[in-house]
Design a protein around this ligand. Structure first.
Ligand code: PNS
Length: 164
């Protein structure tokens, strides 16, 4: 069997410990994991792509078989261009399921040779999302323990700049 490459796609605005938990699990199962950041200005991310990529690269350093890249267009096209046969997505709760199920089936329709694999993060991170982390940070709450310290600093800096 050829070496399986897995793509773990997302917005990562910002990367959280929940994402990193999935990345670590993926890195133990797949010989190569490509963390692929969606390049989509329409989503109006808080952190620019370059910053998200830099923060992710620093965060995945412990796992030598994990790399960070960015993509635009269809995910399956990108996965194919990387020789990936697997898409990894995290499932935190039943509420994630419907959207993830739709995406997985649409991606399968677009390319039946690419399989979506769902992974559950550690229970402690089941409620952690980038959106909630940004909201709590914007309102002055403590986000340590939810994101790496460098991410917390980047968010604080960006939010400070935005409020000026
Ligand atoms: O972290 P997110 O925002 O939940 O990730 C969503 C992502 C990037 C996986 C999804 O928006 C995506 O794959 N976008 C690329 C465009 C595409 O392929 N759309 C059809 C997928 S069903």
């Amino acid at each position: 069997m050829p070496e399986v490459v897995a793509v773990y796609p997302g917005s990562f605005d910002p990367v959280t410990f929940g994402h990193l938990d999935i990345i670590e699990r993926g890195s133990r199962i797949f010989p190569r994991v490509v963390v692929a950041i969606l390049r989509n200005p329409q989503k109006r991310p808080l952190l620019p792509l370059a910053r998200r990529r830099q923060l992710l690269r620093a965060a995945v350093r412990p796992w030598p078989n994990v790399e960070v890249d960015a993509f635009s267009g269809l995910l399956v096209d990108y996965a194919r261009s990387r020789g990936a046969g697997v898409l990894v997505r995290g499932l935190r709760a039943v509420s994630d399921f419907e959207y993830e199920f739709q995406m997985a089936l649409m991606n399968r329709r677009l390319d039946g040779s690419i399989e979506t694999v769902f992974m559950m993060p550690r229970e402690d991170f089941a409620y952690v999302s980038s959106g909630l982390v940004k909201e709590v940070a914007a309102l002055g709450g403590d986000i340590s323990g939810l994101v790496p310290p460098a991410v917390a600093r980047a968010l604080a800096r960006t939010l400070r700049r935005g409020s000026r």
